[in-house]
Design a protein around this ligand. Structure first.
Ligand code: CP
Ligand code: NVA
Length: 313
């Protein structure tokens, strides 16, 4: 996909619906082992390309799926552990960004403040990929959309209900769903709503193509929904409030009773890592409606399609 060459992915809304459709199709073709749509597989090889990983938070799926995707494209990754690079000792982001720009072909960053990746993108010309911030997790949402397509054949008109904390996953779902004509329902405790600016942006993007609902009622929200999605009650960086959150979030647990209110063919998603007995029960995550392992696998296919599209040859 030539139009993505050299582009950043900071927010899922940096892509338009056509670009997301093309990326998902490309990823599904890669997963199926088919030839890449623009020609021979050799055209998507990025031999010698180097992706930097600058992760200030823990990661299993994102780190490993990016690494394997780069390897399979013929490139490699460098782990820029902040503990071992000067940025961890206070070298300004602006300086680090301009230097890494001279060495790397792309940089994936996992951090707290979304503004930090915007600063990287401002000072570096290479593609900057949001590998999760407190505000968004766009790479996750690409994989989620592949999983929904695999189960329902399409995205438009599907209803996805996210139950839990109004966090980065909820935000990227709101924006991505709105772009793709997916009805998005977000059910959170009153104390932990999604960011109001993101909700407004999603409503604007959705226009009349999909319904965006934000509520505090989890049972009404999952009524007849086709996808039930949850995530941890305390995200990375919120460990101090984890115990305080548990009783507040209890009514939002995705358990068999809540799932029974959804469509009988509904699937259950979780970006992982999961806390069984908190946001999801063992019976649901291990149950027949769960698609979490496919969803985790799809991270790699989505990111391979993304890297093959944004990296210059
Ligand atoms: N879902 C996700 O991003 O997982 P990791 O934190 O393991 O990368
Ligand atoms: N909301 C979670 C997602 C982890 C993949 C977090 O930010 O910790």
């Amino acid at each position: 996909m030539k139009q993505l060459q050299g582009r950043d992915l900071l927010s899922i809304a940096d892509l338009n619906s056509e670009e997301i459709h093309e990326l998902l199709n490309f990823a599904q073709q890669l997963k199926a082992g088919e030839i890449a749509p623009e020609g021979d597989l050799s055209e998507i090889r990025k031999a010698g390309s180097v992706l930097g990983l600058l992760f200030y938070k823990a990661s299993t799926r994102t780190r490993v799926s990016f690494s394997v995707a780069m390897y399979q494209l013929g490139g490699q990754v460098i782990d820029l552990n902040p503990q071992q690079t000067q940025v961890g000792r206070g070298e300004p982001t602006e300086d680090t960004a301009r230097v890494l720009d001279r060495y790397l072909d792309a940089l994936a960053i996992r951090t707290f403040d979304h503004k930090d990746i915007e600063t990287f993108a401002q000072y570096a010309d290479i593609p900057i990929i949001n590998a999760l911030t407190d505000l968004e997790h766009p790479c996750q949402i690409l994989a989620d959309f592949i999983t929904i397509k695999e189960n329902f054949g399409s995205l438009a008109g599907i209803t996805v209900t996210y139950v839990g904390d109004g966090n980065n996953i909820a935000h990227s779902l709101l924006l991505g769903g709105a772009l793709m004509g997916i009805n998005i329902r977000i059910a959170t405790p009153q104390e932990y709503p999604p960011n109001q600016e993101i909700v407004a942006q999603a409503k604007q993007l959705a226009q009349n193509n999909s319904e965006i609902i934000v509520t505090n009622d989890p049972i009404a929200a999952v009524e007849k929904t086709q996808v039930i999605y949850t995530d941890v009650w305390a995200s990375m960086g919120q460990e101090d409030s984890a115990a305080r959150r548990i009783p507040i979030f209890q009514p939002y647990q995705v358990n068999d009773a809540l799932v029974s209110h959804g469509d009988q063919d509904a699937i259950v998603l979780h970006c992982l890592p999961a806390h069984r007995g908190e946001e999801i029960t063992a019976s649901v995550i291990e149950g027949k409606q769960s698609r979490v392992w496919d969803q985790a696998e799809n991270r790699m296919h989505a990111q391979k399609a993304l890297l093959a599209s944004i990296l210059r040859k």
